[in-house]
Ligand binder design. Structure first.
Ligand code: NIG
Length: 400
């Protein structure tokens, strides 16, 4: 089954040259893109869809979410807006609600959140465990997530459960808990921050996870200066997420990991910015402009979770990055598409899992794209908060 999407006003491909085509068309064949070019030269397809001069761009790649949870934290949010500081301990409230929920309810909640994200233009989604925090509940979260989202990350090291010894819990995370989640996850993450895990504890968990074959990521430098960024670089993590409080040495270390990328070297450590979380926790935004200018590749992600960022709107994140963080529209859209794919190592062709590249539009890539009710992607920031997503295809299937 093939679909010709024609009469596209502005097509932003996010290929390496950052091509923008006007009067373009795209052919989706099954789950892949089979043709891109001027509408006047488009081949025939089984079906045609008139884009009505709307703008088209890749679907969002949301590379950082925590969607497997029950309950919400409205009271904590209200207290924060009244001046209370965010602290990692709030995670325990969600752990209690999540453990109390049955499998059916937890799955239903997750499916609803994924559908909400897709309606907002997200076509590739990562999510984490981290609200189970014992062997059985972490394994359950991983198992439920793996059937629903594209990438699952093990975050047993999210918080030391109350009353437990931190080192003994760290050994559990790096041992029996890891064995239990392993069949369901591709990534491992650690919250390396005051109130959560120290650099040594994080290093221990990440080492065990890497030895088990998982890719690594780190929550770092969110609530204050810390060791997270340098640890992420040291262990070769695919991303360090949050990165709000950076020293010059952190920026330089991240930039170093990208020094040969343009000449074909392997990708380094992506700095994943989570602006919706920064607004909700009243943290300073990460120095995105400084990172980009130093040569660091950025991702933008929603961090959808009940504590610090209860939104999956990538359009909101893009608008905030442009209006508040000093990125151009092109840079923000790139970070929310290609950057997310880079952070998940899905930016190039089929890999060992037989998965197609996402986050950019090119022949052979997964047919993930969105049409905006606007003539250009600039409207995402120019008309912030407006419901601009008109249509969405995920792996060639219309999901909105
Ligand atoms: O990415 N920083 C750690 N984890 C989440 C917050 C989780 C929570 O407070 O429930 C985050 O912001």
């Amino acid at each position: 089954m093939s679909v010709l999407i024609t009469n596209i006003g502005e097509l932003t491909t996010q290929d390496t040259e950052g091509t923008v085509l006007r009067g373009a068309a795209v052919v989706l064949e099954g789950e892949r893109i089979s043709w891109i070019g001027p509408a006047a030269h488009a081949p025939a397809a089984d079906e045609a869809y008139d884009a009505g001069r709307r703008a088209a761009l890749p679907g969002w790649v949301d590379s950082h979410t925590h969607l497997v949870f029950a309950g919400d934290r409205t009271a904590e949010f209200e207290a924060r807006m009244a001046g209370q500081e965010y602290a990692a301990g709030g995670i325990a409230v969600t752990v209690g609600a999540t453990r109390a929920a049955g499998d059916y309810d937890l799955t239903r909640l997750l499916l609803a959140r994924v559908a909400e994200a897709a309606a907002g233009g997200t076509t590739y989604l990562e999510t984490k465990t981290g609200y189970g925090l014992d062997v059985g509940h972490e394994a359950r979260s991983a198992r439920i997530a793996t059937g629903v989202v594209d990438e699952v990350t093990y975050l047993g090291a999210h918080l030391v459960p109350e009353g437990q010894d931190a080192d003994a819990y760290t050994d559990l995370v790096a041992g029996p808990m890891l064995d239990a989640v392993l069949p369901h996850v591709r990534w491992a993450d650690v919250f390396c921050e005051r109130g959560a895990f120290t650099a040594d504890q994080a290093r221990h968990v990440l080492g065990a996870c890497a030895a088990a074959g998982l890719g690594l990521r780190v929550h770092g430098n969110q609530l204050g200066p810390g060791d997270g960024v340098l640890l992420a670089v040291e262990v070769g993590a695919a991303s360090v997420d949050h990165a709000n409080h950076l020293a010059d040495a952190d920026v330089a270390a991240l930039a170093d990991t990208w020094s040969g990328f343009a000449d074909g070297a392997a990708p380094g450590t992506v700095a994943t910015c989570l602006p919706a979380c920064d607004l909700s926790t009243r943290q300073p935004f990460p120095p995105a402009r400084r990172l980009l200018d130093a040569g660091v590749q950025l991702a933008l992600a929603s961090n959808c979770n009940p504590g610090t960022s209860y939104t999956s709107s990538m359009g909101f994140c893009v608008a905030t990055a442009v209006l508040q963080m000093g990125l151009t529209v092109h840079e923000a859209v790139r970070a929310a598409t290609f950057g997310g794919a880079l952070a998940l190592r899905r930016h190039t062709g089929e890999d060992a899992d037989g998965r197609r590249a996402v986050g950019s539009l090119a022949v052979g890539h997964r047919a993930d794209l969105q049409l905006l009710d606007a003539p250009s992607a600039t409207h995402l920031a120019y008309r912030p908060g407006m419901p601009l997503v008109h249509a969405v295809w995920k792996a060639g299937r219309r999901v909105r």
